[in-house]
Design a protein around this ligand. Sequence first.
Ligand SMILES: CC(=O)N[C@H]1[C@@H](OP(=O)(O)OP(=O)(O)OC[C@H]2O[C@@H](n3ccc(=O)[nH]c3=O)[C@H](O)[C@@H]2O)O[C@H](CO)[C@@H](O)[C@@H]1O
Ligand SMILES: C=C(OP(=O)(O)O)C(=O)O
Length: 434
Amino acid sequence: MSSFEVIGGKKLKGEIVPQGAKNEALQIISAVLLTDEKVTVRNIPDIIDVNLLIELLQEMNVKVERPQRDTCIFQADDVNVDYLLSETFQKKSGRLRGSVMLAGPMLARFKKAFIPKPGGDKIGRRRLDTHILSFQKLGAKFDYDTEDGFFHLEAPKLKGTFMLLDEPSVTGTANVVMAAVLAEGTTTIYNAACEPYIQQLCKMLNHMGANISGVGSNMLKIQGVEKLHGTEHHMLPDMIEIGSFIGLAAMTQSDIIIKNVNHENLGIIPEKFQQLGIKMNIENDDIHVPEQDLYEISTYLDGGTLTVYDHPWPGFTPDLLSIVLVVATQAKGSVLIHQKMFESRLFFVDKLIEMGARIILCDPHRAAVIGLERKFPLRGITMTSPDIRAGVSLLIAALSAEGKSVIQNIDQIDRGYQYIDTRLQQLGAEIRRV
Ligand SMILES: CC(=O)N[C@H]1[C@@H](OP(=O)(O)OP(=O)(O)OC[C@H]2O[C@@H](n3ccc(=O)[nH]c3=O)[C@H](O)[C@@H]2O)O[C@H](CO)[C@@H](O)[C@@H]1O
Ligand SMILES: C=C(OP(=O)(O)O)C(=O)O
């Protein structure tokens, strides 16, 4: 498995264009199964997880043309449903979380679906209850086979109903929406996830002939239709990549312009980085992070220590907490990072501590960071990337550190960041894939 070799301590300069959004792509590409007509998807990121999902569709007999690297034309007019029971599907889909979202469209269009234990980051328990129980409310029957580890779902007919989700699961909401668009009657989903990627999915489905209202809120109303048709869809820039680049710029004292960020869909993300004291200018639709000697973490109005915690949209995404944490290590001031959703996502801090950061891991969910105020640089070390976002956080730490670092297991980073080494080289970074 490849590694990144990084010589840190260099200031970077230049422009960087964010890739299309990974987590939007996984929803949108699953949705192409809902019609037998052609669906053109643009701004697709060239990353392991998305390419694997496209490969799964191809193996299900979906026709895929790729006229450009970031554009695919899908046509699901001859789907092999039984492929989903094969060992290859079980193995491959176990490598990414997004494969779980094939179930909603399969149930809606082909009346059955099989969900093997999905993959994705090993960042804590990742239950599927919201998905399965919501399908059940629409009339699907399920069976969990302890031998093959598959959920087997069947629904001769899906019927709309009211449902209150037990949590606003992102992939869970996407899955139920995709099942409900072809169900009979009206489905109301309350406590739905409402982040921009779900909004994008709903907009695309409406363009295909679906009837979804309440888009952007936590109450979606879906009037089922008989058939969906083809469409064209353009994906948003990846907000997690944008947040990662803001953090990278601040930590390495660089001057970076992040192009075409689609600011109106970033929610609270820029503000959270500003609370760390990071200056940024919004210029047209770009974010310019200027070189800054020191950034100072703000306190609450009463002088209390800042806490940065995750919360479903429009709260702060859990996927950027590792980045906030690493950036705080060189700030002036202190911050408590509280990762509420996942219980195994903060363990990577032991590597940062080894590099010289001052962090107290209070428990699996909370870490207190005491900023070094740039009095001491981090030291380069050899480390392994445990998950996608921790991996990029370690990469940012390595780029700011004195000396050489080696980051192993970089497949974790390649799962979600397109050509990250060459794009960073263009900003002046010393990074090599070995
Ligand atoms: C492919 C994809 O799109 N993956 C994203 C998706 O995963 P995914 O859809 O798997 O995540 P879910 O939204 O289902 O929930 C993530 C975890 O948070 C817990 N939870 C969720 C909501 C809540 O209010 N309280 C709570 O504790 C859940 O129990 C679960 O353990 O959403 C996550 C949460 O934004 C992101 O980290 C993932 O990058
Ligand atoms: C947790 C993430 O991805 P996945 O859900 O695909 O594991 C992520 O994108 O940060």
